[in-house]
Design a protein around this ligand. Structure first.
Ligand code: AVJ
Length: 299
């Protein structure tokens, strides 16, 4: 975990949200009435799983980037023709292994091989249990790709295109829309997103030995239309000193820790990005409100 207290603006990468407590808070976000992405994407996967499975083809070797509770893959797995293996990758090891065990129970014939890893760094897939050479298919739902800056998204997609060569990537992408809908999704009435954001401070206190008082930071999430992204910050409510490894850092009143960017895309903008990364963009599924999209990209 790296917390940029010595740099300005202060930043922390969003992957650090996902310790056990953060992953559980994220699961609660997915259930919030204001947080449309999860339920919209689940509906798309449910409605079009047959078409998606036909594009993926039989006996696929499926890799999921950031599997979390592995809820969405279930819709796809039940439509797939004899999938060979499922490799869920997640940075949150405990959460991942619990999800993998539950999935294995429900799919006894499938080789479930969880990999606790940071998929933004180079990793190697475990060797397949059965015969090699199955068609590799990536699954990257939830618009997690939105956490990347443009250049990082390109790098990730380029690496994915190489890993999945001959197969493809099924990726969920949140769309540019009315800012009020976006604002509500990241500023829920129950305050779960605020707790998720502040959990970073709790985690830093546990793991880095900082002495943050989470109550002294306000959750601040807003849509920046020119950059087509939600920004999340933690705003210092007053001038305060935080200690990291004995070293004091002064935060001015109103100074922020930038904790997340969540980029939104247009369908065409995302297809351009995918093409630039070496994919051949295929069919796209959207809900009737055009809130969310799922893309099949041939690798
Ligand atoms: C998991 C990155 C897709 O950006 O919507 C939810 C994370 N942050 N609420 C998103 C998140 C605040 C989520 N992603």
């Amino acid at each position: 975990m790296r917390l940029a207290l010595a740099e300005r603006p202060h930043r922390i990468a969003p992957k650090f949200f996902y310790d056990a407590a953060g992953s559980a808070l994220f699961d609660r976000i997915c259930e919030l009435p204001e947080y449309y992405p999860t339920r919209t994407e689940l509906a798309l996967l449910g409605r079009h799983a047959g078409e998606m499975a036909a594009l993926i083809g039989p006996q696929a070797d499926v890799v999921e980037f950031g599997a979390g509770s592995a809820t969405k893959i279930r819709l796809l797995l039940s439509a797939l023709d004899r999938p060979r293996r499922f490799v869920p990758i997640d940075i949150s090891a405990e959460h991942l292994h619990a999800a993998a065990r539950a999935l294995q129970r429900d799919h006894p014939g499938l080789a479930v091989q969880p990999l606790a890893a940071d998929f933004t760094k180079p990793f190697t897939l475990p060797a397949p249990a059965g015969p090699a050479g199955a068609r590799r298919v990536g699954f990257f739902p939830g618009s997690s790709i939105g956490n990347f800056a443009h250049g990082e998204a390109l790098t990730f997609l380029r690496q994915a295109a190489m890993l999945l060569r001959g197969g493809g990537l099924l990726v969920g992408v949140d769309l540019v829309k009315d800012p009020s809908v976006l604002h509500a999704a990241y500023n829920d009435a129950a305050g779960v997103t605020a707790a998720f954001n502040r959990n970073l401070l709790v985690r830093a206190n546990h793991e880095l030995g900082t002495d943050f008082d989470p109550a002294q930071f306000a959750h601040y999430a807003f849509y920046e239309p020119r950059l087509q992204r939600i920004e999340m910050h933690l705003v210092s409510r007053r001038a305060q000193t935080v200690r990291l490894a004995g070293e004091p850092f002064v935060l001015a009143e109103g100074e922020t820790l930038h904790t997340e960017n969540s980029h939104k895309f247009t369908v065409d903008g995302f297809r351009r990005l995918a093409r630039q990364a070496g994919f051949e963009p295929g069919p796209v599924w959207c809900d009737e409100r055009q809130h969310f999209s799922v893309h099949w990209l041939q690798a």
